[in-house]
Write a protein that binds this ligand. Structure first.
Ligand code: NAD
Ligand code: MG
Length: 393
């Protein structure tokens, strides 16, 4: 078997590092062609020394000028490109068979959609792509003849629990509901007064998963689950009323599919992203991930509860944005990115995040953009409005 060429976009992040951990276990199967690392030059250099990619992409000319001499010193001759256009360029290279889309935020959209249009095997961690541009993204997948495989643990669990020939019709497949599990995050059970005081460090201490800072805050606010509801809608063609969210604090069941005969199929495992990553990297084969087997005797129990939409309004905001359609999910996402960045910079409180999102949604034009360019303009406008809301918090 010839090794498959892989581009890891966002290689220096949490998903990127886990991806390379799995890739390193299968040198005969995968050939790293591209690594991108934005401003994390030290880590990108270390990765380049280990995986010998042909191309590296960083944020800008200054970052590229920093990296180039250090590559040369190490005797590496990878080509260093920079800027957003370079991300799109490397995603469509002929020697790239699969693209791990693991950049955080809407910044990951243009390269992920370019990979889809080019008919690549797209391993999608960047859920914001589907939230911002679900319709355009799914069109690009269809028109490009791409294979889209979900990395997000919940969607990967659903993908594994669906019939193999699932073609996007819940009724034909005999499915009643898709059930997304949520850990509830680090603030599950906290009082509303306490939530006003929590710090970025508190929010980034997730009970079960180690992740990047943005998604950690999203998990704490339940916006992550909201983004995942929208992601599930596009991936599986499921209307909002057939997507249910269940809080399951142990994060052992990664999500479920309920069929009309009463059967519920689920995927279980240790909370380690290398499992869904190995699932998509190897698909349709099963490959080693380095993840230990689940030890049932060590589990104290599996519990379930309803999400608290009063203390965590972001989930309800996401459901409403999905129901509203058009650009509402894109505006929701843009406002959330601005609010989360402001919270991480200690400019607003945790409880201000949903207020910024809701007030941005209330003033922005939510009618559907027809093209990617229009959508990116709507995204930019929503960011401008959200920044104004942040200043008035
Ligand atoms: P992270 O912050 O750890 O890493 C983000 C990566 O994107 C880094 O390589 C960074 O250099 C790069 N990056 C940041 N801003 C960029 C920009 N403007 N342009 C280009 N590159 C940029 O994030 P993460 O936790 O690895 O998450 C990545 C994506 O995967 C997110 O969309 C997240 O929602 C999704 N995801 C993550 C997890 C997880 O366990 N970490 C689970 C499911 C889904
Ligand atoms: Mg998830």
């Amino acid at each position: 078997m010839n090794p498959q060429g892989i581009a890891v976009l966002g290689a220096t992040g949490s998903i990127g590092v886990n991806t390379l951990d799995v890739v390193a276990r299968h040198p005969d199967r995968f050939q790293v062609v591209v690594l991108t690392g934005h401003r994390q030059i030290d880590r990108l250099l270390e990765q380049a020394k280990r995986f010998h990619p042909r191309f590296l992409v960083v944020a800008d000319a200054a970052a590229a000028a920093d990296l180039r001499p250090r590559l040369a010193e190490s005797g590496l001759n990878a080509e260093v490109l920079h800027g957003p256009a370079a991300l799109e360029q490397v995603a469509v290279l002929p020697e790239v068979d699969m693209v791990m889309a693991a950049i955080v935020g809407a910044a990951g959209l243009p390269s992920a959609i370019a990979a889809a249009r080019a008919g690549k095997k797209v391993l999608l961690a960047n859920k914001e792509s589907l939230v911002v541009a679900g319709r355009l993204f799914m069109e690009a997948v269809r028109e490009g003849g791409a294979t889209l495989l979900p990395v997000d643990s919940e969607h990967n669990a659903i993908f594994q629990s669906l019939p193999h020939d699932y073609a996007g019709d819940l009724d034909v497949a005999g499915i009643r509901k898709i059930i997304l599990t949520a850990s509830g995050g680090p603030f599950r059970g906290r009082l509303a007064e306490e939530l006003a005081q929590v710090t970025p460090e508190d929010a980034c201490k997730h009970p079960n998963w180690v992740m990047g800072r943005k998604i950690s805050v999203d998990s704490a606010s339940l916006m992550n689950k909201g983004l995942e509801v929208i992601e599930a809608h596009w991936l599986f063609n499921a209307p909002p009323d057939r997507i249910e969210v269940v809080v399951h604090p142990q994060s052992v069941i990664h999500s479920m599919v309920q069929y009309k005969d009463g059967s519920v199929l689920a995927q279980l495992g240790s909370p380690d992203m290398r499992t869904p990553i190995a699932n998509v990297l190897g698909w349709p084969d099963r490959i080693e991930s380095g993840v230990a087997s689940l030890d049932f005797m060590a589990l104290s129990g599996l519990t379930f509860e309803k999400p608290d939409l009063i203390r965590f309004p972001c989930l309800a905001l996401a459901f409403s944005a999905l129901a509203a359609g058009g650009d509402a999910p894109a505006v929701l996402n843009a406002a959330n990115e601005v609010a989360v960045a402001a919270f991480l910079d200690r400019r607003i409180r945790f409880v201000d995040i949903p207020m910024v999102v809701e007030s941005t949604l209330s003033v922005c034009d939510l009618s559907a953009s027809a093209s990617l360019a229009d959508l990116l303009a709507a995204d930019a406008e929503a960011r401008r409005v959200a920044l104004g809301k942040v200043h008035s918090c």
